[in-house]
Structure formats: structure tokens, C-alpha cells
Design a protein around this ligand. Sequence first.
Ligand SMILES: [Zn+2]
Ligand SMILES: [Zn+2]
Length: 146
Amino acid sequence: MSTETGSTSGTDIYTGACLCGQLSYQFSGAPFDLCYCHCSICRKLTGTDGAAYGSVPREAFAWLSTAAPAVYQPTPQSRRYFCANCGSYLLTEHTAEPENVFISLGGLDTELAAAPAYRQFTAGLPAWAAIHDPRPRHPGWPPLHP
Ligand SMILES: [Zn+2]
Ligand SMILES: [Zn+2]
């Protein structure tokens, strides 16, 4: 989907962790389809105007920590994974793309070369969010979302 994936070897290792360090993970290959989501679920989950995500093939992702993440399922379609100790929201699964997981970019400890390319569910943006960057905005799902 993204142009960045062609430039990576697929063997780059990325790591991330929650705030307290109880949960940690790694995956291989650069995350793709980076985006911001401003839907009501993502706003409530993060307590701010939205969340930033990247897609990672499920088979490339692995938890490194032995502690089990807390899981919350706000809809039948998605599962959200948190640290039960510090509350960091690290990972999402969605039935629309079972082959991928969606990492919360704020949990990454590895720097990314790319940045989110668009914003989705901007119809829900509150006025106080005051986001004025030039990224494409989609009121709901982007057109190519499965
Ligand atoms: Zn934690
Ligand atoms: Zn969302």
C-alpha cells in the first residue's frame, strides 16, 4: 500500500514498549499505511484528539514481555491492547484486516523514516483540536480501506 515498503529490507527490527516497561514488543520491517484516526473510539481511548497508527503484518509482530496485555473490545470488530499497570495503549486488531496488527506510533522506541500520510474520521474532530496541517482528510474511512 505504501511507497516506503519497497525501500526496506524487511529485516529491520523495530521495538516498542509501554510507559512503565511492563509490556514490550518487536516487529520486523517498517510499519506501513501510517495514519491518524480521530474517531470517537480513538479519542476516548487516548484521551486526546486522536491516535497515530501503523500497520504491521501479524506474523512480523511479537510481544517480548511475559506480562499479558489488558484487552478492551469497544466494538465487535476491534480489540485494543493496553498495559494493565500504566495504561499505555499499544496495539489494535481489527476484523477488517486480520492479516495485520496496528501499532500505536507513540509506543515505538525505534524512530520512523515516514510520518502518517493522512487523517481519517476527521468528521469527529472537536473544534479545540485545531489541526491545520496539509495532510489529506477523510471524514470516515479512507476510500481504499477494505
Ligand atoms: Zn506499562
Ligand atoms: Zn479510530
